[in-house]
Design a protein around this ligand. Structure first.
Ligand code: KIV
Ligand code: NA
Length: 265
């Protein structure tokens, strides 16, 4: 098999082949996902919620992202690995942004980074790209700005925000980003953006008119029952599956059924 590169993703868009991306934060999960044939693994700062139990993505640190990323990198043989720059590691300071991106690349062995925002962070993006580090953009609902938005609901429903989003998408392409994530925006707008630029647009809650899709693996496997946005398709009810197995184990231990004669030395 051939490794997926930033170039092959752009090629996939050109050939009308959809890109499949999922999150992973650890070795075991990354190995399963990579072996299944995914194109891209995102070491998302959603680890802040999913792994650490924080309410937002803001608390996760650069060191913690590097820990997750290096665990994922040790598992991956084929897919492209993208790592989120966490909140506070790049905003408003392009030198800081470059240092953060370099730390991720150097200390984890990741292949690229993702960064939230458009025009406001263009200097940081340019500087990271100039160091030879591939950058994926992220527009629409950018969770690191949740306290600015005040809500996790759909973005860019009004013309003004939609216009800015279209300009930002163009700008990210011009700066040299290899792809961008569009999160929770109207499907019609997302399709328009995807058709207006040559780099792949990977959607989450952005409809089917884009070049690929990303979901949080723990959500699509049904490992929680609380989070049910409309865009989420659950491929498994892993929470219930695990709950059943765990209860069986507990019962077997309590009843003395486990271990049996064969399960001991
Ligand atoms: O952190 C994350 O998981 C993400 C995806 C939802 C795009 O940024
Ligand atoms: Na993220």
């Amino acid at each position: 098999y051939k490794r997926v590169t930033t170039k092959s993703l752009v090629e996939m868009k050109r050939n009308n082949r959809k890109i499949a991306m999922l999150t992973a934060y650890d070795y075991t999960m990354a190995k399963i996902i990579d072996n299944a044939g995914i194109d891209v693994i995102l070491v998302g700062d959603s680890a802040s919620n999913v792994m650490a139990g924080h309410e937002t993505t803001l608390p996760i640190t650069l060191d913690q992202m590097i820990y997750h990323a290096s665990s994922v990198i040790r598992a991956v043989e084929r897919c492209l690995v993208v790592v989120d720059l966490p909140f506070g590691s790049y905003q408003g300071n392009s030198r800081n942004a470059l240092e953060s991106a370099i730390r991720i690349m150097k200390e984890s062995g990741a292949h690229s980074i993702k960064i939230e925002g458009g025009k406001e962070i263009s200097e940081s993006i340019t500087r990271i790209l100039s160091a030879g580090i591939p950058v994926m953009g992220h527009l629409g609902l950018t969770p690191q700005s949740i306290y600015k938005f005040g809500t996790y609901s759909v973005r860019a429903k009004e013309d003004e925000e939609a216009e800015k989003l279209k300009e930002d998408a163009k700008l990210l392409e011009e700066l040299g980003c290899f792809a961008l994530v569009l999160e929770k925006v109207p499907a019609k707008l997302a399709k328009e953006v995807a058709e207006s630029i040559s780099i792949p647009v990977i959607g989450i809650g952005a409809g089917g008119g884009v070049d690929g899709q990303v979901l949080v693996t723990h959500d699509m496997l049904g490992m929680n029952h609380e989070f049910s946005p409309r865009f989420l398709r659950r491929y498994l009810d892993l929470y219930s599956e695990m709950d059943g197995a765990l209860k069986n184990y507990i019962n077997d231990v309590k009843s003395g059924d486990f271990p049996n004669d064969e399960e001991q030395y």
